[in-house]
Write a protein that binds this ligand. Structure first.
Ligand code: COA
Ligand code: ZN
Length: 311
């Protein structure tokens, strides 16, 4: 299928990282691996498999090595992992991740609550991480949390975000994910910032990472599509959230996002039916209902028998 404007979109699955990190019950390693192996075969461009963070900070992902080593890697899929520091980078490289997804916060208070680092301390760490990763073949992306606002500090000026992206470029980092960690952003805001980043840093791969905390996730994704974004993080079932950001809830739901783009005629590369089949099993894996909508309503081409009275 060819998109209306010829653009191919890239859907990047984060449920097993952003989603599972906040799940109250530990999901057994073999269930994580089985889920990732199924997701790998749906046409997703990238899967963020886990986090190489302190197991004390995120006990739900304490099995990072075991998961990363057990998955069956499908050629063409990028297998990424979240990394906060050099220690995490070394662990991730030992497991041969394709991409190091470095994490930092755009705001002081969320940075200190989540990572015990100010943005400047994170940046200093990144220089060391880049040195460790150089020559290993792993690519580096930065997930910039609270890029559109912080639940503690409030507004994050766009100039601050542009300044961080410039630092990444200087470090030789090729990608950035602009993360709306607690769903504070609106479509006008995300369009303006993404456009500014894309025009100032045309060689950077920019990912839109939205949470649906205030129901604006899909609207935000669409607004950034309009200004040229083609990479989107999303989470099966709409799971997700940062345990160190008050009020954080799930990411944009992958199957809802794919459904929206595909019904608009865009090529996401994803087999929606295969994805929905996996989403259907998710409540059983996490042992609770999930926010995804298409899984409940069915795809928009679903038709019902006419009411008997009208037959
Ligand atoms: N992997 C595993 N363990 C790590 C680690 C890593 N990447 N980095 C640090 N640690 C361990 C240290 O060895 C130490 O262990 P010990 O208590 O047994 O001696 C402990 O964690 C504390 O180390 P320290 O360097 O003092 O870190 P910290 O307490 O300042 O915490 C982080 C900093 C970044 C390690 C921690 O805050 C973290 O992992 N945060 C992740 C948060 C997250 O993933 N949030 C959701 C995603 S947005
Ligand atoms: Zn997130």
């Amino acid at each position: 299928m060819k998109s209306p404007d010829g653009r191919r979109l890239y859907i990047q699955e984060v449920s097993v990282r952003d989603g599972f990190q906040i799940e109250p019950r530990f999901i057994p390693t073999e269930r994580k691996v089985a889920l990732i192996d199924r997701l790998s075969r749906t046409g997703l461009a990238k899967i963020e498999v886990t986090s190489f963070v302190s197991p004390k900070a995120i006990p739900a992902l304490a099995d990072a090595e075991a998961v990363m080593r057990a998955i069956d890697r499908v050629p063409g899929v990028v297998y990424a992992a979240l990394v906060p520091n050099v220690r995490g980078c070394e662990r991730a490289l030992d497991c041969k991740v394709d991409e190091i997804n470095l994490v930092m916060s755009a705001s002081e208070t969320h940075g200190r609550a989540n990572l015990r680092m100010t943005p400047e301390q994170s940046l200093a760490n990144f220089a060391d991480v880049v040195a460790v990763a150089r020559g290993t073949g792993a690519s580096i992306n930065v997930a910039l949390s609270t890029a559109f606002g912080c639940p503690f500090d409030g507004d994050v000026p766009p100039a601050r975000v542009l300044g961080f992206v410039d630092r990444y470029r200087q470090l030789g980092i090729g990608g950035v994910s602009l993360c709306d960690t607690t769903g504070m952003a609106n479509p006008a805001q995300v369009a303006a910032l993404c456009e500014a980043v894309l025009s100032r840093f045309p060689d950077m791969q920019v990912t839109a990472h939205f949470h649906n905390t205030r129901g604006m996730g899909l609207a935000n994704a669409l607004a950034t599509l309009d200004v040229g974004i083609v990479r989107f993080d999303a989470s099966l079932g709409g799971l997700g959230g940062c345990p160190f950001a008050p009020g954080a809830t799930g990411n944009v739901c992958t199957e809802d996002l794919v459904h929206m783009f595909e019904t608009m005629g865009y090529d996401t590369g994803v087999d929606l039916e295969a994805l929905l089949a996996i989403a259907r099993d998710l409540p059983e894996i996490v042992e609770h209902d999930v926010p995804g909508q298409v899984i409940k309503a069915g795809v928009s081409t679903r038709r019902y028998p006419r009411p008997a009275a009208l037959a």
